[in-house]
Design a protein around this ligand. Sequence first.
Ligand code: DAH
Length: 335
Amino acid sequence: MSVTVSLSDLTARLEELEAEAAAAIAAAASAAELEELRVGLLGKKGRLSMVLGAMGQLPGPDRPVIGQRANLLKDQLSGLLSDRLAAVKAAAMAERIAGETLDVTAPCRYTPPGHRHPLISTIEEIVDIFCGLGYRVSEGPEIETDYYNFTALNIPEHHPARDMQDTFYLEDGRLLRTHTSPVQIRHLENNPPPVRVIAPGRVYRRDAVDATHSPVFHQVEVLAIDEGLDFSHLRGTVTAFLQAFFGDLPVRFRASYFPFTEPSAEVDVQWRGRWLEVMGCGMVDPAVLTGMGLDPERWSGFAAGLGVERFCMVRHGIDDIRRLYTSDLRFLEQF
Ligand code: DAH
């Protein structure tokens, strides 16, 4: 076999390979490119293998010289490839991160959240206090019959409240409830005592609009029926409620009259030096209990009706009821 390569030939090839490979690796810009280079340089049919293949043509003593150099070069190129791969990956990651940057200091788009109307939050507060006293909420319709709104509440035939001047009547003889008291009757129809309920809701009266009157307003009705309830329970409950709502201020009960309670009272609180009437109340009239099929010798109870607007206006220092209904956001946003 003739010697076709010499030691210096192969040495030169290795040097050439080293220089070219180092430049190509340094220029590679992606993992795929590097993989292609690796196969081309160090793979089974790669350039280094070619040199090693030619090594067999060298005289015996020369072979280890080339073998050692080839191994060193292999290690060196592997090192260059993996360093470059790490650098290429890091660069790709850096580019991606730069592209996905969030500017957390950029101004956001503001959507105003909206909030409760002061009348609604007043009702919620009243309901919360009574729920804390063991009451639950009951509701009735705003369109009522004469029976629930008047008759069952012991309001006699010719009582002025029944007058067309005070009550909105519908053509079919029904009416818009003038108070939440009919819910007392509806609740007792379906729930045997003992009963402790409150009934918040809208009521209607033919009142001309002024600073303290509106044809639509809100009440919360209170009803407790049990064995052994007397006026002290009424007084204690009403006082506890008023103190929870207004804080510790003077409360007074004035004797009054309602057809559905006996005895009856109106309740005032002293607010900024003035006595303000905030609700009507009384012991449920035996005639109402009897009408509901309840024996007044066994069952007794008390009832109360609160004007929500009054509570809201006193609480927030609002001087004109119309402000609560005109939907003027400059006003409403204050609450
Ligand atoms: N229903 C009465 C009104 O609207 C208020 C009222 C007074 C309700 C006394 C009651 C009560 O439950 O006991 O004027």
